[in-house]
Ligand binder design. Structure first.
Ligand code: ATR
Length: 278
């Protein structure tokens, strides 16, 4: 029941109609009996949208494409790792000070990818190959370094891969040289293999047996060709819903100070995938 006490949360992006986050967060509120609601919003103007959220009493807001960088201009504080990544996906409006609302920006994408991988391995001291050099690779790469892992970047476009590797202070390896690499884990951050191009695979199958753990951030389909080929070669696999689920869990706890109901949030996401026949 929505009433005068209902706490406000949501997501801003363009478009947001496809977002699975409302199902995940509203499912968590319902499960824990928290009087909160999480709504998708598409601001026509980001600045006006931000001050609207601040004025209307919102507590927590997710930020997605295309606003993750632009939003940083409006915040009172930015978490140091989000600052390094150069992107914010989570806003927390602290309303405990009578004179001023303080809005802090975080990036929970790296927390989500770290936790997803950490379900299968120890990150500290491990060596991880990251495929791709876009926004997702930045968050995954900085997160791994934060956790004490050694990162190696590979990417189809060499210049973009080298740029990211320079910013991370790590090595870049061209795709043609991957056969020479020894690493503990592989994380795909590209969209290769995503519905409707499900036949795609971002690395040659015969290279997969080198890795103990293979993680995909693509979650539609849940079992991508990459994960199926990896499992067939004896790798432990981590599906893309895990990162989405854990980044959402980190948001939930930042906003509510309550441990996130992980199983419920995953169930909600699986339900959404099924409803969309993905
Ligand atoms: P995001 O911000 O979601 O990570 P992005 O910035 O568009 O998305 O980055 C997409 C990444 O996937 C890039 O590293 C891209 O490689 P290029 O830098 O060469 O473009 C990679 N990618 C996308 N489609 C690919 C494909 N078919 N084969 C190989 N890499 C691909």
């Amino acid at each position: 029941m929505i009433d005068g006490q209902t706490k406000l949360f949501g997501i801003i992006g363009k478009p947001v109609t496809h977002s699975m986050s409302p199902a995940m967060h509203n499912g968590a509120f319902a499960h824990l009996g928290i009087n909160g609601v999480y709504v998708p919003m598409e601001p026509g103007n980001l600045e006006q949208g931000f001050y609207g959220l601040q004025a209307l009493g919102f507590i927590g807001v997710s930020v997605t494409v295309p606003f993750k960088v632009e939003i940083m201009a409006y915040l009172d504080r930015i978490d140091p790792v989000a600052q390094k990544i150069g992107a914010v996906n989570t806003l927390h409006f602290d309303r405990s000070h009578p004179e001023k609302v303080i809005c802090t920006g975080y990036n929970t994408d790296w927390m989500g990818s770290n936790q997803a991988l950490a379900d299968e391995m120890t990150l500290q001291g491990s060596r991880v190959l990251v495929l791709g050099a876009g926004g997702a690779a930045r968050a995954v790469g900085f997160g791994l370094i934060e956790a004490g892992a050694e990162v190696i970047i590979t990417n189809r476009t060499v210049s973009k891969g080298e740029d990211l590797a320079n910013q991370l202070g790590c090595a870049f390896l061209p795709v043609e040289e991957l056969a020479t690499l020894e690493a503990d884990a592989l994380v795909n951050t590209t969209s290769v293999g995503m519905h409707p191009n499900e036949h795609g695979i971002p690395i040659q199958e015969n290279l997969l047996e080198k890795f103990a753990v293979v993680m995909d951030i693509v979650y539609a389909p849940l079992q991508t060709r990459l994960l199926r080929e990896a499992a067939a070669r004896g790798c432990r696999t981590v599906d893309g819903l895990k990162m989405l689920q854990y980044q959402g869990a980190a948001q939930f706890t930042l906003w509510t100070d309550v441990p996130a109901p992980n199983a419920t949030m995953r169930e909600a996401l699986l339900g959404e995938l099924q409803a969309r026949s993905l």
